[in-house]
Design a protein around this ligand. Structure first.
Ligand code: KG4
Ligand code: ZN
Length: 352
């Protein structure tokens, strides 16, 4: 019997459903369909309004699931299991997906698996690169998280570093607001930075020489001061965007390189919405040339989507894991299998 997993993602402002299909047991699944509805309603507010997101998910989700089934050429009866984002995220938004998935699976007597959103981001490259397998180092950069992980095996995550304040994507979004750009800010800053002069402004690289932790809130404040001091923001905007992006990417790529050297891994995985940045993936590939292979999914799979949720769920279902009918949406869901590790600073600072 073919294995068919329906993925559902509603943790923030994308309503998404996807189908993964494997034609032979034990064979890596292929993406049969992926539908993503980006909620436009938040644009005028310059950020996601949680209550509006929940309502929009509720209105759209049934049609999005039907569309994903139709695009895959499958009926509901072909679906073996439902994988849904359980957390972290906006609790009301998550709840819509979890309740819908639970009802579908319960009524149809199908397996249900709750998935951690960041584990979904980690699995995204595996949708397009079926040969991707641990061990590797992963840098997951989204609007809510900045995680540097050592991954000795799927499901086993050693925390090398995370952010002490803002996430990388959050910094892009906040700086975009300071510059008067739209939401989400990352793509707007990347576009504008392409025309900016890297030498006009210089911003601090927070914690650059210091271990594997991140901090972005001071950098955001430095941009605020530059914006306030600017006599002509229209003239300076691309240059500020460029200098800010250079600072963030320099920090991300430097820590990634340090983690690769400290762990001795030969593969580095980039994931999360910020990994949609071609500038980031290009610089990571340059910096790690000769040291590690950089694996990254295409932008559609790095932004929030249900294919990555189905893929992570697939992995856990194949291990025999199931969620029971009591699972609930959790805004603060901990990453399963996360083990904080302390790598001796000498190893980190003085790589061999
Ligand atoms: O993973 P994601 O789609 O949603 C969350 O789980 O948060 O990440 C969204 C974040 C936003 O902060 C957005 O500005 C950022 O990813 N982002 C980018 C780019 N595209 C999206 N940041 C920098 N450069 C980009 N090209
Ligand atoms: Zn995400």
């Amino acid at each position: 019997m073919a294995d068919v997993v329906l993925g559902i993602e509603t943790s923030c402002d994308e309503t998404s459903a996807a189908l993964l299909v494997s034609d032979r047991p034990g064979r890596a699944p292929e993406l049969a369909s992926l539908v993503i509805l980006s909620q436009d309603v938040h644009r005028v507010f310059g950020g996601v309004v949680p209550e509006l997101a929940s309502r929009a998910h509720l209105a759209a989700l049934p049609a999005i699931v039907q569309r994903a089934l139709a695009e895959a050429g499958l009926g509901w009866s072909a679906v073996d299991a439902v994988a849904v984002t359980q957390g972290p995220g906006l609790v009301g938004a998550l709840l819509v997906g979890v309740v819908y998935a639970k009802a579908l699976a319960y009524a149809g007597d199908r397996a249900l698996i709750g998935v951690h959103h960041m584990e979904g981001h980690l699995f995204a490259p595996a949708v397009e690169h079926p040969d991707l397998a641990p061990p590797f180092v992963a840098l997951l950069v989204s609007g809510g998280h900045t995680l540097l992980l050592d991954v000795p095996a799927w499901g086993s995550y050693r925390l090398l570093g995370s952010t002490r304040d803002d996430a990388a994507g959050e910094a892009f979004d906040k700086v975009a607001t300071l510059l008067g750009l739209g939401y989400p800010g990352g793509p707007e800053i990347e576009r504008l930075a392409a025309t900016g002069d890297p030498a006009r402004f210089t911003f601090p690289r927070p914690m650059l020489d210091d271990g594997l932790e991140f901090s972005f809130s001071g950098l955001k404040t430095a941009v605020l001061y530059a914006v306030r001091a600017s006599a002509d923001l229209n003239r300076d905007r691309p240059h500020i965007a460029r200098a800010f992006q250079d600072a963030v990417l320099d920090v991300l790529v430097t820590k990634l390189e340090r983690a690769v050297r400290a762990t001795g891994r030969h593969t580095a995985v980039l994931g999360g919405g910020v990994a949609c940045s071609r500038t980031l993936t290009g610089r990571a590939a340059e910096r790690l040339a000769g040291l590690a292979r950089v694996v990254v999914a295409s932008p559609r799979l790095n932004a929030d989507n249900a294919a990555m949720i189905a893929r992570a769920g697939w992995h856990r279902l194949a291990l025999g894991e199931r969620s029971d009918w009591t699972i609930d949406a959790r805004a603060d869901l901990p990453l399963p299998g996360l083990d904080p590790v302390v790598i001796p600073p000498s190893t980190i600072r003085n790589p061999q």
